[in-house]
Ligand binder design. Structure first.
Ligand code: ZN
Length: 499
């Protein structure tokens, strides 16, 4: 490595250190910080953020990047420089005055969103959302785009994605999933699930989740799990990954699902190459690729029948006397119970993509200006009726349920479902590569899953763009077919459809 690259890496490393410190402070804020700590914590984080931002866009850092580019290094150094150039160019396109105007508008809109939720009054929130949408359009103009202004916003989460790439995929998925949902609803559950109506000791839930987390391969010497209201994962380095779960006494599976989901994120963070730490390469290439790991562990691993054949006796031990006559098949049916409901974050595997597709379609229209903010609740409800067959009784159960739009996160929603679809492609290839995958899982051996992901996804870091990584890992172009095939086969059997 040249001296210039060594210097550049050292300078970037310090910026990465500042960001890691901010991550740790945020983790603390959501897990252990005392209630009154908010005011001072906000200042500490703002100071660190400002220093990191100034260094990242400083003339000194510019000179280092330019000098390194002049040397035109090969391999990983070339990829590093491309990532830095792309990300810094994007940030530079937004004038500082617009950044400030935006941050004030977002703070106000978040507060208005919280207030309006208390009275379930969309009209209170609407003027703020209008401002946020107008600002997003101005950001799009500065970033630049060809076909649709939304295309300028999505690369912040998915580099290389556009509305034109996503729309045909979702157009194919929506009618097939809606048809599957209708078939499930007309048939009803094939198993007795009344055993779920019990109290499930949170301590026992915690112990079971920790056991599963360790079995999946999460290294507790390089990470830990805590509790928080909203589960999340924060990776400071492959050697220090924090995840959280929630415990609800009325729900047998909610903690486990959160642990498996965040565990998937956490295994990814632990799987980056050690030498990529403190460099732009030691990250996921996109939100969807990160999400693919989480949803793969949540559904493809922790909600499959072989998993429950292995863990049914373990779960019975954790809840003595509560599950004596409950079979692995019943647990499997229970964790995969499907019902159309209003809230995205509580949605099951079948209805989840419908919640995402609805949001994607409405976002495109809001950003294009073909849907006025004041008409959003009606448009939302019409799509809920068409895709899920239900109508939200109020906007808190409708278009005001997510914080994303209040916080100007337009372009993010598709990542959740694209991730699920990437995950289905990974599983299809993993099965082909490891014919004994499911019998291994039934024996409690999850090493083939983690090994495959380590080789094909984790250690790649951000050396490839999302769709390149999918192609390299699976040998196929991105397609929703493996996801649709899996979903239809699984639920046709589970609900004994068509028979
Ligand atoms: Zn996630």
């Amino acid at each position: 490595m040249s001296n210039t690259m060594t210097e550049l890496r050292a300078a970037y490393g310090e910026i990465a250190d500042l960001r890691a410190a901010m991550g740790l402070l945020e983790w603390d804020q959501q897990t252990h910080m005392p209630k009154e700590g908010f005011a001072t914590r906000g200042r500490v984080v703002a100071t660190l953020a400002q220093i990191a931002h100034e260094r990242y866009l400083s003339p000194r850092f510019d000179e280092l990047v330019a000098a390194a580019e002049a040397e035109a290094p090969p391999g990983d150094d070339a990829i590093t420089l491309d990532l830095l150039r792309w990300e810094r160019d994007r940030e530079r396109r937004i004038p500082a005055t617009l950044v400030e105007e935006n941050s004030l508008a977002v703070t106000a809109s978040y507060q208005a969103w919280e207030e309006a939720r208390k009275t379930k009054d969309f009209a209170q929130f609407a003027p703020h959302l209008e401002k946020v949408v107008a600002l997003r359009r101005r950001f799009a103009d500065h970033y630049g785009y060809d076909a649709h202004p939304w295309d300028a916003l999505v690369p912040g989460f998915e580099r290389g994605m556009t509305a034109a790439l996503i729309k045909p995929v979702f157009d194919k998925v929506q009618p097939r999933v809606t048809a599957l949902l209708k078939a499930i609803q007309s048939k009803g559950p094939a198993h007795d699930l009344s055993f779920l109506d019990q109290r499930w000791d949170p301590d026992a839930q915690w112990a079971f989740g920790m056991r599963v987390l360790a079995d999946l391969g999460f290294d507790l010497a390089r990470g830990r799990q805590d509790r928080s209201t909203h589960p999340f994962t924060m990776g400071m380095a492959p050697t220090d990954v924090r995840l959280t779960t929630r415990l609800k006494a009325e729900s047998l599976f909610s903690a486990l699902m959160a642990t498996a989901h965040e565990g998937g994120h956490g295994l990814y963070e632990q799987g980056f190459r050690p030498e990529d730490a403190r460099t732009p390469l030691g990250h996921a290439p996109s939100s969807a690729v990160h999400e693919s790991q989480a949803r793969l562990y949540e559904y493809r691993v922790a909600a499959c029948l072989p998993f429950w054949r292995h863990y049914a006796p373990v779960l019975r031990e954790h809840f003595p006397g509560q599950l004596d006559n409950v079979s692995a098949e019943q647990l499997y049916a229970a964790i995969n119970e499907v019902s159309a409901s209003f809230i995205r974050v509580d949605a099951d595997e079948v209805t989840y993509p419908l919640h995402i597709i609805l949001r994607f379609e409405l976002e495109l229209e809001l950003i294009a200006g073909t849907l006025a903010v004041r008409d959003l609740p009606e448009a939302w409800n019409a799509k809920m009726r068409a895709y899920l067959g239900i109508t939200p009784p109020d906007p808190v159960l409708g278009c005001m349920q997510d914080v994303h739009w209040a916080e100007a996160l337009f372009g993010y929603f598709p990542s959740y479902s694209l991730g699920t679809m990437f995950g289905a492609m990974f599983m299809e290839k993993m099965e082909a590569d490891h014919p004994s995958l499911w019998t291994d899982m039934e024996a409690g051996d999850f090493r083939p899953v983690l090994g495959w992901l380590r080789r094909n996804v984790h250690t790649v870091g951000s050396r490839m763009k999302p769709l390149e990584l999918v192609r390299a890992a699976t040998g196929r172009e991105f397609t929703p077919e493996p996801f649709l095939h899996y979903l239809e086969a699984k639920y046709t059997e589970l609900y004994r459809l068509g028979g």
